[in-house]
Design a protein around this ligand. Structure first.
Ligand SMILES: [Zn+2]
Length: 180
């Protein structure tokens, strides 16, 4: 797999095509196949002990276990890297994985600021091991991705929330800015 970062003078491989990058708005970007959720998360959602280890796809009409993923050409390699570097990588390293849940381990080691019978509240901004910027970036990027493509396979992007995320989310996750 090549790791060129997305411009038209790069050599296309069979997983690329030229078009408008929806994040940096380069009209002749070398687009990559994008996932709605990070590719690594799909792997974590598989249950290898099950006869059908694939995640369940829910639609308005059915629920089916499938390995099929929608991978439209939406973003250039540079913007895919931006999303990974600024949010996805941290979230994937700290989310529940087989046999570990790093974020929960971090929280277990500190005192919550509020406790009720079934809830503990933590001020994550005061816990150095928690990258709140990465968490917020990841959340905004998921809303934004949801707003720029009809991921539901029936060709519809629903709701004012998604319309709002499309216009307000792009500047929040970097647009043409340099990745950190
Ligand atoms: Zn781009």
């Amino acid at each position: 797999m090549t790791h060129d970062l997305g411009n038209s003078d790069a050599t296309l491989d069979r997983d690329s095509r030229i078009g408008l990058c929806r994040l940096c708005l380069n009209p002749s970007a070398n687009l990559r196949q994008s996932h709605y959720l990070p590719k690594g998360l799909y792997r974590l959602l598989r249950d290898e002990k099950s006869p059908n280890p694939n995640p369940v796809l829910l639609t308005e009409r059915l629920a089916v276990s499938t390995s099929k993923q929608l991978t439209p050409y939406l973003l250039c390699g540079l913007c895919e890297k931006r999303l990974s570097d600024n949010g996805e990588n941290w979230v994937l390293q700290h989310c529940p994985r087989r046999g570990s849940f790093t974020l929960a381990t971090i929280l277990d080691a500190v005192s919550p600021s509020e406790v009720s019978s079934d809830t503990r509240v933590y001020l994550a901004g005061g816990i150095p091991k928690i990258d709140t910027a990465a968490l917020a970036y990841f959340a905004i990027s998921i809303f934004w991705r949801g707003s720029i493509h009809a991921w539901n396979q029936v060709g519809a992007i629903s709701g004012k929330l998604m319309q709002s995320a499309s216009t307000s989310g792009r500047p929040s996750i970097g647009g043409a800015a340099t990745p950190r």
